[in-house]
Design a protein around this ligand. Structure first.
Ligand code: 11C
Length: 346
């Protein structure tokens, strides 16, 4: 069977990667609906070697669509996802619009694929920094149980969109030329203050919440509990933007159950897990970095260490391409499972 597939936000960084992933796995697309804002309508995208015209994303544009992959921002999803569902599409939404809605499954296929079947038209794709963390944690949680997670992130500028990528380039050039950098986008475009990202580190990703955490940090906390179906899990996060273009890295501390668990036990637990690549060989200086993970769909894990004070505490380093496993690939994987699971595409 072949499907009518819409990509909403097709001109954006993630939309483009969604097209690439659909092509790469040869997803059975009978007809592609590249949807975007009015501004982009009439331009074209290339899909499987053919030029396809971009259509304005309006409710009627979803007529005849089977699967709609949304990545055009939360407000577009809120406006159009239900319109797409009413017209018979299943929506895979890569924004925060519906992630915490109890009616909407929040899915990482390596962790909770069974939740896909509970959908009522919309399936949410988690935040990029959450996805790579839960892919790495799930095999450990399955084997040993998981009590506490404390994560600090090192996130690339592409998470804030193409404008932030350009801002890092421009600021780097300006500073190297001895000029003042222009600051318009980061840390958060809609906020009054902007700070340079080039040669800097910004401890703010998204807006602040009343509890002094940022929305990005709260996404990591709340989404992790929802995906793992464990509201009791202790999770804390600090999210930081750094001046590199692609992939997010994370320093993760966990407390697990069990006696005398060794570094090798955790390495063996993660080795050969689907979607996980263990790169942990300090004798040969082997560990993942944002550059080494860029362009790949896996989650890379290294630097596994035992905490020196807490018996069942471990530290490790997790890296993944935020636009691929963190966004486009996870969405396309959900779509792939939808069409493969019995009764999935209903
Ligand atoms: C960032 N994680 O790096 C964000 C981008 O909720 O899907 C993804 C925002 C989201 O800025």
């Amino acid at each position: 069977k072949q499907y009518h597939v819409a990509v909403v936000g097709v001109t954006g960084a993630v939309g483009q990667k969604m097209l690439g992933m659909l092509e790469q796995i040869d997803f059975p697309v009978e007809k592609l609906y590249p949807l975007a804002s009015k501004r982009s309508a009439g331009k074209t995208v290339t899909f499987k070697g053919e030029s396809v015209e971009i259509i304005e994303a309006t409710p009627d544009a979803f007529e005849g669509v089977d699967i709609a992959l949304f990545s055009a921002g939360g407000s577009v999803s809120k406006q159009l996802a239900h319109e797409a569902v009413q017209r018979g599409a299943v929506v895979v939404d890569n924004t925060s619009a519906f992630r915490m809605d109890p009616e909407v499954p929040l899915v990482v296929p390596e962790v909770n694929p069974e939740d896909i079947q509970k959908h009522k038209g919309i399936i949410a794709n988690p935040n990029c920094s959450t996805i790579q963390m839960v892919v790495a944690l799930e095999p450990i949680r399955q084997k040993y149980g998981l009590n506490r997670v404390i994560v600090s992130t090192y996130q690339s500028v592409s998470g804030a969109g193409n404008d932030a990528v350009e801002e890092l380039k421009d600021q780097s050039q300006a500073l190297l030329n001895g000029e003042d950098p222009e600051t318009n986008i980061l840390p958060v475009k809609s906020e009054p203050n902007h700070y340079p990202i080039a040669f800097n580190a910004l401890p703010q990703i998204d807006v602040f919440e009343d509890n002094h955490y940022t929305f990005e940090e709260m996404k990591m906390i709340n989404e992790t509990k929802k995906i793992m179906h464990d509201s009791e899990l202790k999770v804390a996060a600090t999210c930081v933007r750094l001046p590199f273009f692609y992939s997010h890295a994370e320093s993760i501390y966990i407390e697990i159950d069990g006696d005398d668990i060794s570094i090798e036990d955790l390495q063996n637990t993660l080795k050969d897990q689907p979607g996980v690549v263990l790169e942990d060989d300090i004798n040969n200086q082997v560990y993942p970095t944002p550059l080494s993970a860029e362009g790949k769909t896996d989650v890379f894990v290294g630097r596994i260490r035992k905490d020196l004070d807490v018996a069942n505490g471990f530290h490790f380093w997790v890296v993944s391409d935020n636009l691929l496993k963190g966004a486009a690939w996870n969405s396309v994987q959900i779509a792939q499972q939808l069409i493969q699971q019995p009764g999935g595409l209903k």
